[in-house]
Design a protein around this ligand. Structure first.
Ligand code: NAG
Ligand code: NAG
Ligand code: NAG
Ligand code: NAG
Length: 372
């Protein structure tokens, strides 16, 4: 797979963008809480009072090459008239804010759509006629979720194998570029249906239904998704973004887990993350099958945005307690909940966009030559 991922990168020569290390870099982030108004509260670590800022002074350094920082001007020029969509769960919402911050340095977009809960949204950049959509589809496949606006569920979600979520299906033909990712929700209790009948469930009470593991349901959802993508006559460029690891220590989200680190891991320091690695392996296997199914004539249009390892090395990049304003201040009472899954903005996941820019290669006009 290492081999595959670099084959699909155009214009970078023989460099694997996804193997490298984080190195100190004094230049600092491309934007901050004062210059970008698109950072939402749970990611706004600066405004929420995170005291350390060392996590902002690192740069991803692939072995054998350098990544050029995201250039909003070149991106917007090259993507004139195009429609991008980020499809998936909350981490795509995290990602889109980074992209909005980077692009709004060039042009501030207007929000042209949001659903009732603001989980799906769309922005337009009028002077570049560029459209950016965030599409809420946490399982990618069709899901009936019985959850109120605060995330409190009244029944287990019902997932339909063989059917994809209409949130993205209904707009598919309008997308020119799609970034897809999913995974975290497959750990939840769920009932699985196929052709309208329940065929199994995960962690549920009904002993008449067979257990369907997280791995099995995740694999099947990816298979359904990639089957659709490779068979559809509409052929946008698709980036599949790999697993975004959490970094809870001394417990999980619900059992007092924390993430207090302030510097990245060195390569191989992240420890044995068996479950993360397991999910990542499933993604790479299903992606490789999709590329084979897509055929040689479409070579390069399915791109593996394999950010797992570089993200795994950033335990210091999560919002932690600073998902909320002034968590340790006088005004705050009660239990502090850590977010060791979502990422601070600015922060390490801005690199996901730097890498996308690099992978777009010839799709973008060559950048102006400042040195000329
Ligand atoms: C940005 O964060 C700093 C602390 O890092 C804070 O002093 C400042 O008020 C914040 N600015 C905005 C606009 O929230
Ligand atoms: C803007 O882009 C859309 C495609 O996304 C295209 O249909 C439309 O004609 C473009 N508008 C202008 C004014 O160029
Ligand atoms: C659902 O329907 C499809 C198409 O008719 C069939 O191939 C598949 O085996 C069915 N699945 C189940 C679990 O019945
Ligand atoms: C993280 O910080 C909290 C609050 O100061 C503390 O209770 C906890 O033990 C720390 N966790 C680790 C892993 O250091």
């Amino acid at each position: 797979m290492m081999f595959l991922s670099f084959l699909f990168i155009t214009g970078v020569g023989r460099c694997d963008l996804f193997h490298g290390e984080w190195v100190p870099d004094s230049s600092g982030p491309a934007y901050n809480n004062a210059s970008c108004r698109f950072i939402e509260i749970p990611q706004n670590c600066m405004t929420n009072g995170r005291p350390d800022d060392g996590y902002l002074y690192w740069r991803w350094k692939p072995y054998g090459c350098d990544i050029v920082p995201f250039d909003g001007k070149t991106f917007l020029e090259g993507m004139r008239g195009k429609h991008w969509a980020l499809v998936g769960d909350l981490l795509l919402r995290n990602h889109v804010q980074s992209l909005l911050c980077l692009l709004s340095k060039v042009e501030v977009p207007t929000e042209v759509y949001h659903d009732r809960t603001y989980k799906s949204r769309r922005w337009h950049f009028p002077s570049h006629n560029f459209t950016l959509s965030l599409v809420w589809a946490p399982f990618l496949i069709k899901a009936d979720i019985f959850e109120d606006d605060n995330g409190v569920s009244s029944a287990a979600p019902q997932l339909h194998f063989g059917n994809l979520d209409t949130n993205w299906m209904s707009q598919w033909d309008s997308f020119d570029y799609v970034v897809i990712s999913t995974g975290q929700w497959f750990f939840k209790i769920a009932v699985y249906l196929e052709n309208g009948s329940a065929i199994g469930c995960h962690y549920c009470q009904d002993k008449n239904l067979r257990e369907i593991t997280t791995g099995d349901s995740f694999r099947r959802a990816l298979r359904d998704t990639f089957q659709f993508i490779t068979k559809s006559p509409h052929k946008p460029v698709v980036f599949y973004r790999t697993w975004s690891p959490s970094h809870f220590e001394n417990g999980e989200w619900s059992s007092g887990g924390t993430c207090n680190r302030t510097v990245p891991f060195k390569p191989r320091q992240s420890g044995d993350r068996a479950m993360d690695n397991f999910m990542w392996r499933i993604e790479r296997a299903e992606f490789a099958k999709a590329v084979a199914d897509d055929g040689a004539s479409n070579a390069g249009r399915l791109k593996l945005l394999d950010t797992f390892e570089l993200s795994l090395l950033r335990p210091d990049g999560h919002a932690g307690p600073y998902r909320a304003y002034d968590p340790f201040g006088k005004g705050s009472t009660g239990k502090i909940e850590y977010d060791c899954l979502g990422w601070c903005l600015p922060g390490p996941i801005d690199t996901w966009n730097d890498i996308i820019m690099q992978m777009l290669g010839n799709d973008l006009k060559p950048p102006p030559h400042p040195r000329a």
